[in-house]
Design a protein around this ligand. Structure first.
Ligand SMILES: [Cu+2]
Length: 154
């Protein structure tokens, strides 16, 4: 009886270990300086910014972002034409080479938070999940700064 119980526990632990994702690079991704701005309401989209750094020696590909604060989160790129008119468009997968950093910052790449589910209130925080092509997910804690903020705190 005692032996059977021990055997069952061993089998269970083995199953958990084997069913975990086998990551190919995303475990070496670190995020620094995440921030966002407060919104007035929920009619206009919000945006989040951060630096995503690949500290490993394999390229990683960011394929998707998720958050419960917005129904339609998407990575966008802002570009400005010769006439000084800015526009933005969704970007597809973002490949980050070994040792490279991709910056999401005002005027460039950003995490667009469309269809906000609640106002983004200064002082609050929310979680944004980065999803990579190897199945890895990185949950980023994003502070909400004032409506006129231009960069991360500190
Ligand atoms: Cu955008």
């Amino acid at each position: 009886m005692r032996t059977t119980f021990a055997g069952a526990v061993t089998a269970l632990l083995l199953t958990v270990a084997l069913s975990g994702p086998v990551l190919a690079g995303s475990e070496d991704v670190v995020v620094e300086g995440a921030w966002s701005r407060a919104s007035i309401g929920t009619n206009r989209p919000g945006a989040a910014y951060m630096k995503i750094r690949n500290t490993g020696d394999e390229a990683v590909t960011l394929t998707e972002i998720r958050t419960d604060i917005a129904m339609m989160p998407e990575i966008h790129r802002t570009s400005t034409n010769d006439q000084g008119v800015s526009s933005m468009a969704p970007v597809g997968d973002i490949k980050i080479g070994p040792g490279e950093t991709v910056a999401l910052e005002p005027g460039g790449l950003h995490a667009m938070l469309m269809r906000l589910q609640r106002p983004m209130a200064e002082g609050d925080r929310f979680q944004l999940t980065l999803v990579f092509s190897d199945g890895g997910e990185l949950v980023v804690d994003v502070p909400i700064l004032g409506i006129a903020a231009r960069g991360p705190e500190g």
